[in-house]
Design a protein around this ligand. Structure first.
Ligand code: NAD
Ligand code: UDP
Ligand code: UDP
Length: 313
């Protein structure tokens, strides 16, 4: 029998959140989407506003929230380095105070709560590919620290609420994810490169382009998040969610130029400080515990994403 749940998605007007809201509604749940529109927009969820099972609330997670819900997906936090470094103090507050408030809410309501953590907890990793038992290599005082350390502290809070207050927690370590609804000026590599390729402008490669990332298509990622939420109560994670296909940034640029039939050239710019050299998830745990693995290869996902950005023009 289907049980309709009341599900809170913080950061629901953002890139991942908007896809998640849509997928949860598709599964027959009531969705409360909460966002302060720092990087998200109402446009991302415009098609949902008339749905009677969807409710949109403007709210900042650093302030307490009193609502009645069954499940919480805590996604609120800017994810692009450009945006999270714009107001780094607010970024740490969002991760830390936001986690405390959402955990307090879960404690009072008995809701199950999932944290959108990140591969950034591994920092510039000295173990490759990254498994969940790797503790990471993170600079605590650099430009990326507000994000990395904020997310690490949020994980700490999740596990302390789990041990101290018996909360039902789920922690996902999300690796680079891309797809439709990324903001064109988001600043992350996939949206930058596609916007540049479609305008036939130079593609801005930071450093020599030999650094690697592993890119997951958004539909696969959202499916993984919902499988994690639905996993047996004893399973907390942390669990890596990402696509193990690893590419250099230069290869990514070349794929995007080919797929968008662009005449763009490559332009090399300085590598930002603390930019991780390599990143690739080991997803054995997700396969075993969630029966989850990505299904959409990079070329296919890029085709879908290029089509989306083309439609904006
Ligand atoms: P995004 O920037 O598109 O979305 C984040 C959303 O959170 C935005 O709608 C923003 O307005 C909202 N927000 C920010 N601060 C808030 C606050 N204080 N109160 C309420 N809302 C707030 O980013 P995204 O890619 O959708 O990322 C969603 C989550 O997933 C983030 O927590 C991010 O750290 C995590 N994540 C994403 C990726 C990725 O590659 N997309 C990788 C790892 C982790
Ligand atoms: N909180 C919230 N919604 C709730 C319950 C709590 O936003 O429904 C916030 C509350 O402001 C508190 C935080 O969550 O600061 C942590 O709650 P907890 O019960 O763990 O701590 P305490 O209230 O004892 O500080
Ligand atoms: N990058 C790049 N050009 C851009 C944007 C990013 O070469 O226009 C690089 C960036 O230096 C990093 C990688 O692409 O090595 C991924 O960057 P992104 O900001 O998307 O996410 P990160 O994984 O660094 O958080």
């Amino acid at each position: 029998m289907h049980i309709r749940k009341r599900v809170l998605v913080t950061g629901g007007a953002g890139f991942l959140g908007s896809h998640l809201c849509r997928a949860l509604l598709g599964r027959g749940h009531d969705v409360l989407c909460l966002d302060n529109y720092y990087t998200g927009t109402r446009d991302n969820i415009a098609d949902l506003l008339l749905n009677p099972h969807f409710e949109l609330m403007r709210h900042d997670v650093t302030f307490p929230l009193y609502v009645e819900v069954d499940e919480i997906y805590n996604l609120a936090c800017p994810a692009s380095p450009v945006h999270y470094q714009h107001d780094p103090v607010q970024t740490t507050k969002t991760s830390v105070h936001g986690a405390i408030n959402m955990l307090g809410l879960a404690k009072r309501t008995g809701a199950k709560i999932l944290q959108a953590s990140t591969s950034e907890v591994y920092g510039d990793p000295q173990v490759h590919p990254q498994k969940e038992d790797y503790w990471g290599h993170v600079n605590p005082i650099g430009f990326r620290s507000c994000y990395d350390e904020g997310k690490r502290c949020a994980e700490t809070l999740f596990f302390d609420y789990y041990r101290q207050h018996d909360l039902r927690i789920k922690v996902a370590r999300i690796f680079n994810t891309y797809g439709p609804n990324m903001h064109p000026n988001d600043g992350r590599v996939v949206s930058n490169f596609i916007m540049q390729a479609l305008a036939n402008e130079p593609i801005t490669i930071y450093g020599d382009g030999s650094q690697t990332r592993s890119f997951c298509y958004v539909e696969d990622l959202v499916d993984g998040l919902m499988k994690l939420m639905d996993s047996e109560d004893g399973f907390t994670g942390p669990v890596n969610l990402g696509n193990p296909g690893e590419f250099t940034i230069k290869q990514l640029a070349e794929r995007i130029i080919a797929i968008s039939a662009s005449s763009s050239t490559l332009e090399y710019k300085p590598l930002p400080a603390d930019d991780p050299l390599q990143r690739q998830p080991d997803i054995a745990l997700a396969k075993e515990q969630l029966q989850w693995a990505p299904t959409i290869a990079l070329d296919k996902g890029l085709e879908l994403t290029v089509a989306y950005f083309s439609s904006l023009a």
